[in-house]
Design a protein around this ligand. Structure first.
Ligand code: PNS
Length: 181
């Protein structure tokens, strides 16, 4: 019996020769942290085109608007020629299909991230079987960083140097100055 007949329906289609690998790295990025940037750098090395995509229809009230976050991300990823920035509405699985992406990249910091990420990856696979989620490990020096904690620390007067790229640190200081004056 041929192996091919044993493959389940909906299995990821084989890549065509010379097909460019497009990957999406989705998230809120409010704001981008050094950990996110580390994942972007790693991701840019394993695909031909990496789209960093900000979710638009978020229920949380963000510190930075989508356009501001897009501008900040664009500045920070300028050094990577195969990385671009976009935003999306609705389901990630549908967006990935529209963009011709084969991969969804997600960063995993610790085992605590895994449960949520696994659930999302399996749901996205069910919605769009041809798109694979790939988990990347950010450098261990970033494993404790989150956008939420960075915002809390800076609001309470703590030092966030190194936790976010320098231009983002400056933007955070400016934003909080505006908010407190
Ligand atoms: O950085 P975040 O906030 O953890 O990113 C979460 C994100 C944007 C990846 C996730 O909320 C998402 O994909 N939302 C789009 C809506 C969607 O597809 N929901 C079903 C997910 S299985």
């Amino acid at each position: 019996m041929k192996v091919r007949t044993l493959l389940p329906v909906g299995r990821t289609a084989k890549m065509q020769k010379n097909e460019k690998v497009v990957a999406i790295y989705p998230g809120s990025f409010d704001p981008i942290t050094s950990g996110h940037l580390d994942v972007i750098e790693r991701g840019s090395r394993i695909c031909d085109r990496l789209i960093v995509a900000i979710l638009r229809n978020e229920s949380k009230s963000p510190l930075f608007g989508v356009e501001e976050r897009m501008q900040m991300l664009t500045e920070v990823v300028a050094a990577y020629p195969n990385v671009e920035v976009d935003s999306f509405d609705g389901l990630l699985a549908h967006y990935a299909l529209r963009k011709g992406a084969r991969l969804i990249l997600r960063g995993i910091r610790a085992i605590s991230d895994y449960e949520y990420e696994l659930q999302m990856a399996l749901m996205n696979r069910r919605l769009q079987p041809q798109v694979e989620t790939v988990f990347l490990l950010a450098g261990e020096q970033y494993s404790f960083i989150s956008s939420k904690l960075v915002k809390e620390i800076i609001k309470l007067g703590g030092n966030i140097a190194g936790l976010v790229p320098p231009v983002i640190e400056q933007r955070l200081h400016e934003r909080l100055k505006v908010q407190t004056t």
